[in-house]
Design a protein around this ligand. Structure first.
Ligand SMILES: [Zn+2]
Length: 508
């Protein structure tokens, strides 16, 4: 769908978007209410027990680490942590939920009233603030974060026409059932598909920094649903919303919301009404379609989970969790700008990814703070290009922080030129050899010994009396030609600025 279509709609209508983001706590060793391991895939129904299979009489025991991880996430998003909270049963019948209810949280979640600040450039900026397309920052409220158990997984198989996904029967795998699942609900503060994408991306970065989940949208350990409605600009009343499901990537999240905003505008423009319903994003057809009418909370008949006592967190316990908060991307970015003099954009790119940031800091620690800027340039330039070109993970790269530190040090010392450095980097990335070894083997050492340079300059001056005369007569543009001659004499290893300096002195 054309981007300008969305822009046109957003000139007349304001979109009101809220997100519900489920994150599986994949870094925990065990499921939410039993001791079964947490892992993706595997032989179906091999990581199950009477509790996660919902056998009669099996009793759930809450996973303490999952409760702590949820509170940690709440603190990372400046939430208030509830002094009193509890689990509820959410009743519904679906074959992926053997108990016929899901243990979740209802009106007493662990965390509420937080926020996440995002930066957005381009799309929608004009509608958002009085800016002309540049980046703008905006604060998105977090309504709540609660903990629940994940369901099993349905696999539709077979091939007759007209059934779900062309299948004629379904199988169910309970390996995933009971995996600790954290649900975040945002306030409807999001106004554009781009803001929604940024919110989800930044939340993912924070969860990765907290180390609670691998946040893989492909494997479903991070799942994003969106509620979207539109209203005419200036209107204060909310329009009827639809819920969009099956957005399995950040691009799908953006595209599905953009499609839905335009679809709703078309319905309203033709005098129609929006129906409150759940819609499914079809990534191939690039459209949403109605799935079912939306359930209301009372359909689920929530009631307090009778097999578990409520939680009462003490201030001391919450403080102990708070003390475990790692440095988050925003704080790291500010520190990189302050301590290393990096630009805001460079600091952001370097600080977002935990591993990338750690690599950078280790290299700076080895090379010294004054070389932080060139290290950042290598990481954001040649190194990133190398990783992206071969889709190499940082952890699999042959370049180590020590090698990058050594490279910027030899450039700084004038041992090799910038041009030679690029060759050294390429070879270092391919072979994993240290810069010193590569320079030695390739005989690349840049000569900064003034005696050797002076001797080469003398030889060039003696061999080219005509050019020397022209230069001395005023044709100073010949200097470049002289530098080339000396460099050839020195087999490309002369330090160019020293060569230039000595030539000017001898010719003058
Ligand atoms: Zn189990």
């Amino acid at each position: 769908m054309a981007k300008d279509r969305l822009a046109g709609v957003l000139e007349r209508y304001e979109a009101v978007i809220g997100l519900e983001i489920h994150t599986e706590l994949t870094s925990l060793n065990s499921k939410m209410f039993c001791g079964c391991p947490v892992a993706f895939g595997g032989e179906p129904n091999t990581r199950v027990c009477p509790v996660c299979l919902g056998m009669p009489g099996a009793l759930p025991v809450p996973n303490e680490a999952a409760v702590e991880a949820t509170v940690l996430a709440g603190l990372a998003l400046d939430c208030e942590i509830a002094p009193f909270s509890q689990f509820h049963r959410k009743q519904y019948f679906y074959p992926d939920m053997p108990k016929d209810y899901q243990i979740s949280q209802y009106d007493l979640p662990f965390c509420g009233l937080g926020h996440l600040d995002i930066e957005v450039d381009g799309e929608g900026a004009k509608q958002r603030v009085d800016l002309d397309g540049g980046p703008y920052a905006t604060r998105i409220g977090v309504t709540r974060i609660h903990l629940e158990e994940d369901t099993g997984k349905m696999v539709h198989v077979g091939g007759s026409e007209g059934r779900i996904a062309g299948a004629d029967h379904s199988l169910v795998d309970f390996n995933r059932a009971g995996t600790p699942l954290m649900e975040l609900v945002s306030e409807p503060d999001i106004r554009t598909p781009e803001e929604a994408r940024r919110f989800a991306q930044k939340l993912r970065l924070i969860m990765l920094n907290l180390g609670v989940s691998d946040c893989s949208m492909e494997e479903g350990s991070m799942r994003v649903d969106g509620n979207v409605s539109i209203r005419l600009r200036g209107e204060t009343e909310l329009g009827t919303k639809t819920e969009i499901k099956n957005m399995n990537s950040f691009k799908a999240l953006h595209d599905a919301l953009a499609f839905e905003i335009v679809r709703q505008a078309d319905v309203l423009d033709e005098g129609g009404r929006i129906v409150q319903e759940t819609r499914h994003w079809d990534v191939t057809a690039k459209r949403t379609s109605a799935l079912r009418s939306k359930e209301e909370a009372h359909d689920y008949r929530y009631f307090p989970e009778p097999d578990m006592v409520p939680f009462e967190f003490s201030a001391g316990w919450i403080d102990a969790i708070r003390a475990r908060l790692p440095e988050l991307p925003d704080a790291r970015r500010e520190r990189f700008m302050r301590d290393f003099g990096l630009s805001s954009a460079d600091a952001r790119t370097l600080s977002e990814d935990v591993e990338f940031a750690a690599f950078f800091e280790e290299a700076v620690a080895l090379a010294g703070t004054p070389l932080a800027k060139p290290i950042a340039n290598w990481m954001l330039g040649d190194f990133s290009a190398y990783l992206n070109a071969g889709t190499v993970a940082l952890s699999d790269a042959k370049v180590t922080p020590a090698m990058l530190a050594e490279l910027v040090q030899v450039i700084d010392a004038g041992t090799i030129s910038g041009k030679q450095a690029k060759q050294v980097f390429t070879e270092m990335a391919e072979t994993g050899d240290a810069p010193g070894a590569i320079i030695e083997i390739r005989g690349m050492k840049q000569v900064s010994d003034t005696g050797a340079i002076e001797a080469a300059v003398e030889r060039v001056i003696i061999a080219n009396p005509d050019e020397v005369a022209s230069y001395r007569a005023g044709k100073t543009t010949l200097i470049g030609w002289f530098v080339g001659q000396v460099m050839r004499e020195m087999r490309g290893q002369g330090n160019p600025s020293l060569v230039n300096e000595i030539l000017v002195k001898k010719l003058g």
